[in-house]
Design a protein around this ligand. Sequence first.
Ligand code: KG4
Ligand code: ZN
Length: 346
Amino acid sequence: MQTTLVLGIESSCDETAAAVVADGYDIRSSIVHSQVAEHAKFGGVVPELAGRSHLEQIVPTIRRALDSAGVTLDDIDAIAVTNRPGLIGSLLIGLSTAKALALTRGLPLVPVHHIEAHVHAATMESLRGTEGRTEFPWPAVALVVSGGHTALYRVDSALSMRRIASTLDDAAGEAFDKVAWLLGLGYPGGPSVSKLAEQGDSRAVDFPRYRPKDGGLGFSFSGLKTAVLYHLRGGDALAPTPAPEAIVGRADVAASFQEAVVDSLTTQTLRAAEREGVDTVLVAGGVACNTRLREVLTARAAQVGVRAHFPAPKYCTDNAAMIAGLGYERLRAGLAADLSVDAAAR
Ligand code: KG4
Ligand code: ZN
């Protein structure tokens, strides 16, 4: 059977990425130019800086993706690109580049939803059969957990997902970033908090876990964030926040905070799987890199006969392999767009 090569392009936030993927699962190349260092001194993503950097990086990144896959544009069968959601100025750079390539090369243009692509990333490894592509064991429940999203979805196929729960306030990644800041750790906070947590005792501080009323589904992390702040102030809400170097038991705070987040994410995901009657869960987004989440969720899922799938860590955070992968599914389903397709922030 002939292979279909899709070039994926991603520029929705602070990563400029391009990838070449065969038949929706076989990653031939995946190049990510991260702007993290450029935004770190501001403690978060600055949209204007992001747009400018995408503009500089997009063409070299695509070129590197083609080179590293050992192909040229002549070999590509379709262009897939993130068109929503994200920073509008950033999205437009990827989308305009994709349109230009599709137009000049006469290739189908496939718009892809960034969150759906994160979920697809968790299935890609399982699509690799002994003789080419196999099908994924749908249905599943997906937990998308990143700096901007924390939500659960019912997923019936790569092209059909419905949100069943989300966070009332902060995303889990945002909570990691804020707690990292309180502890005087670097941005982004997830990796630095989890590294420090390795040296701490996760039972040292009993931080609260949000539980939705009536056994419902949902997340909330703002109470936990405040609990960390008050703990650092020695239990006195009105006391000044200590400087990071004056904090006693920083590693214990990091480990106990991480445990509370992991516990909430795991409990809610498995409750959703039970409610939906599925035995497959997918976990995706930057926080899916977290080693403790991978361990706890996998083990607790196995206890109730549920199989948890995570992308390899480098495909948890923003990348274009997931865009090309889902782009292939959409292409097969006849969902290519014309050049009038727009970007959308939400
Ligand atoms: O998916 P992503 O790259 O970007 C979006 O937000 O769309 O996710 C970034 C988030 C950041 O908040 C970062 O702190 C978090 O993922 N993160 C982690 C880890 N690695 C990244 N959180 C916890 N543990 C990690 N190892
Ligand atoms: Zn993302």
